[in-house]
Design a protein around this ligand. Structure first.
Ligand code: CMC
Length: 429
């Protein structure tokens, strides 16, 4: 972290502090306020809207330019040339793998896809109608009980094992959540398949029959995984960092991230898109619905983004994938997809949406793709978690290997009672 200039903070009582400005390699520089406490003051920034909580070299987003880089590589180039597992290696190690490193990494992931039989039994404790995210949080948290050696994460081998295990087992456990809900027999992984094909087979295969992978679907799913693998310091990633900063078991820190992702303000948006499309019902109702959006009665789900005020770069990529999937499955004439495409066209040409920079975001298209593949809505966030586990692990690893690692401990602006004396129960009113 280099600093060439400072910002003067005037406390209004004759004290003036020089706060260094830390230089970012790209994007916004930050004011280093760590000495603020010695002046008897804290900074106030609820929801961390203006606070850089860490230094990171992993993912960069420029919302105005619509850019997303993994370790400096634009997401467009990765989506065109790479795969989710290669992206995972890049996020975790900082560089693209050589042929040998790629083979070793993929082979290690393949070796760890099975889960302990005791964990299989754990599923029987859930009600059949349990939400997949509730099961996923529970099962991933419970996995900590099976790998106590992962606590030794400062040891490179233990840490690699924990990371590979989590990436390998997420598709298995996610598919089990789906199969359990539907009373279907669990499918064991088949390790000659690639990552997304294996997941598809565990989701939709039948133990009595051979499962034929549709390569267009497998590629689309792999693209969804890659695009969702990391997104800088979002709520669930920050949760993993905060939980991990205590030195807790990595599986527990990841379970905390999954719990955070479940919320509708975070991972639940593509589910909201499908609910909205179902509510609109037919193409004929699109104009009416959009009129309601303009009257601010409700929002168009899958449009707009907190960070991207230009097109979400992931949306551009996945839009093409979405059309390929609908083509491959012959679903262009499905009324729901026709409706979605009409809505997309409408919003992209309507001055109201153009002026407010409300472009379709990644969730608009990923919801449509997942639905076309046959994945039920309540599984959408679990698929997101499956992909995001890579980013969580990369960010967790970056944090726990810092020399200056400290447990996260935010301050507060206390506005409650000042000190007062205890009131005996018979004197209370
Ligand atoms: N539909 C209609 N109007 C909208 C929408 C929308 N989806 N999003 C923002 N606006 C309007 C809003 O009414 C406001 O209008 P005005 O200036 O007249 O008051 C203006 O745009 C700015 O709104 P904002 O709430 O200040 O914008 P924001 O950047 O805080 O909101 C957002 C970002 C994602 C919460 C919002 O766009 C939204 O609610 N979108 C729908 C939900 C959604 O698709 N979420 C998924 C986001 S992608 C998740 C990911 O990256 O993983």
């Amino acid at each position: 972290m280099s600093s060439t200039k400072t910002v003067k903070v005037d406390f209004g009582d004759g004290r003036i502090a020089d706060m260094p400005v830390l230089k970012a390699s790209i994007g916004q520089d930050v004011i280093d306020i760590r000495t603020l406490g010695s002046f008897g003051m804290w900074s106030y920034d609820p929801a961390f809207l203006a606070t850089a909580a860490c230094e990171s070299k992993i993912t960069f987003i420029d919302g105005d330019k619509g850019q997303l880089f993994y370790r400096g590589y634009p997401i467009e180039q990765l989506a065109e040339h790479s795969t989710h597992l290669e992206g995972a290696y890049l996020l975790l190690h900082g560089e693209l793998p050589t042929t040998q490193q790629k083979e070793e990494f993929e082979s290690s992931i393949r070796q760890h896809t099975m889960i302990n039989e005791q964990l299989v039994r754990l599923f029987n404790g859930f009600q059949r109608n349990a939400h997949p995210m509730a099961m996923l949080t529970g099962v991933v948290g419970a996995m900590a009980a099976f790998y106590p050696d992962a606590f030794d994460f400062q040891n490179l081998d233990s840490r690699s094992d924990a990371i590979h295990r989590l990436i390998a087992k997420m598709p298995t456990v996610t598919a089990m959540c789906y199969r359990y809900t539907n009373g279907l027999p669990f499918m064991y992984p088949q390790n000659n398949l690639d990552y997304s094909s294996n997941f598809l087979r565990m989701m939709f295969g039948n133990p009595c029959e051979e499962y034929k992978v549709n390569p267009v679907i497998a590629k689309a799913l792999d693209t969804i995984f890659l695009l969702h693998a990391d997104h800088e310091q979002n709520a669930s990633t920050s949760t993993v960092r905060v939980a991990g900063s205590s030195g807790t078991h990595p599986f527990s820190a990841i379970a905390a991230g999954i719990a955070c992702l479940w919320g509708p303000a975070h991972g639940g948006a593509n589910e909201a898109v499908l609910k909205m499309l179902e509510e609109i019902g037919s193409e004929d109702n699109v104009d009416n619905y959009v009129a309601g959006v303009k009257d601010k009665k409700y929002r168009l789900m899958g449009f707009g983004h907190r960070v991207y005020k230009n097109m979400d770069p992931r949306a551009n990529i996945i839009r093409k994938t979405c059309y390929e999937v609908l083509d491959a499955l012959g679903k262009h004439n499905d009324p729901l997809f026709k409706l979605a495409m009409k809505l997309e066209k409408h919003a992209l040409s309507d001055p109201y949406f153009i002026e407010k920079k409300l472009y379709p975001n990644v969730d608009f298209y990923s919801g449509i793709i997942l639905r076309a593949i046959g994945i039920p809505m309540d599984m959408f966030t679990a698929i997101f978690a499956l992909a995001r586990v890579v980013g969580w692990l990369a960010q967790w690893q970056e944090m726990i290997t810092e020399e200056t690692l400290k447990i996260s401990r935010p301050r507060q602006l206390y506005t409650g009672y000042t000190a007062r004396d205890y009131i005996p129960i018979d004197k209370r009113i």
